[in-house]
Write a protein that binds this ligand. Sequence first.
Ligand SMILES: [Fe+2]
Ligand SMILES: [Fe+2]
Length: 319
Amino acid sequence: MSSKLVYRTLRPVLSSSLQFTGLGTGPGIRGHIISHLPTVRFFSSVTSSPASENNQPENPIRTVDGKVISTYWGIPPAKITKPDGSAWKWNCFQPWDSYKPDVSIDVTKHHKPSNFTDKFAYWTVQTLKIPVHLFFQRKHMCHAMLLETVAAVPGMVGGMLLHLKSLRRFEHSGGWIKALLEEAENERMHLMTFIELSQPKWYERAIVFTVQGVFFNAYFLAYVVSPKLAHRITGYLEEEAVNSYTEFLEDIDAGKFENSPAPAIAIDYWRLPRDATLRDVVYVIRADEAHHRDINHYASDIQFKGHELKEAPAPVGYH
Ligand SMILES: [Fe+2]
Ligand SMILES: [Fe+2]
């Protein structure tokens, strides 16, 4: 039996069993719909459907602007819709990544530095704050955008190093890899929101490029040497982020900054009402930063008490 004949015989059976087991078409997560039509390939890279033999690919992979990238791999484009049936327009996050933020969190909390490591972390952040404030002053949009390019680094570095540690030691992470990567992703979504409102100028891109190169390596080394110091530094950075967004809110309330409509990406990500404004967006971002503050001080506290992160419950999904 030729490979093509085997493929044609098995394909309908495999497709139906994939659908039966939920891997095919079916309802998605939390009321959203994802439609995948799996194409199973065997033996040969040559597609065997009659359509393909006529040089008309049955399931081409396209870019967002419709250009065909590949007809070979058979990966179906996900068709994701909102609960109301309209198309999901974002490819930087999915409906199940969205959430209703907990804005009841205390935004005034502060970890009082009590030992040398704490004081070192606190004064490092206070020193870094001086040039940042001199440069940005009350240019909130610009400040927020550049701040977020830095804020998304620690979670990724911590998550990556814990991932490698888990592999190296053949042990579980206790959920902390996921918690830290979630934080990094949440910070990146803050950035994706701000770039809907303002585009960086060439010199701001140059600053980000330089700062990322320095900060990533410095934080990486700090985390390798002392994870509890690294988390404490991030905890204090998040405290400063909360303070910056509080100033942003004060200037919006005082009429010094236009309270424009919220960008659509923010409405979908934080499940905000349709008539939400920039103030609502800054308000929920500040709540996110307060959650990051707590996660990082908590991570530091666990290690100061002589434990490893995996021994304490990881704040997965903590928003
Ligand atoms: Fe942020
Ligand atoms: Fe943050």
